[in-house]
Ligand binder design. Sequence first.
Ligand SMILES: [Zn+2]
Length: 139
Amino acid sequence: MMAGVRARDTRPELVVRKALHARGFRYRLHVADMPGKPDIVLRRFRAVILVHGCFWHGHDCPLFRVPATRRDFWQAKISRNRERDSEVLQALEADGWRCMTVWECALRGTGRGELSVVVDTLIGWLRGSAKRQEIRGRC
Ligand SMILES: [Zn+2]
């Protein structure tokens, strides 16, 4: 994968989309006129779901490790990504959006949860009133 190209339609994102769709939820994808072009937008619930790859977003979990070569490059790049993530969350919240981050490790790797449990958590959050929340693997 080329540096600087953000992955779209990555597997964890597709898994979340399909599961929500199967449960009757409808959404818009990669909405260009919103901060950070959020992956999944559910206007009815005033909610956005961001599905984050643990490597690109520098998650503190076993799926993230700085590559052995060009460490400085990767560290700088990933810390920029993290800063941007935090700015995007703030901008979305300032516009009144509720934000859920689903980390890749919730769905992949040894700490992943049952998909049905992850989706139940997600739907519980959609129907509730909590603002910022995240779902991650057990690490
Ligand atoms: Zn993770």
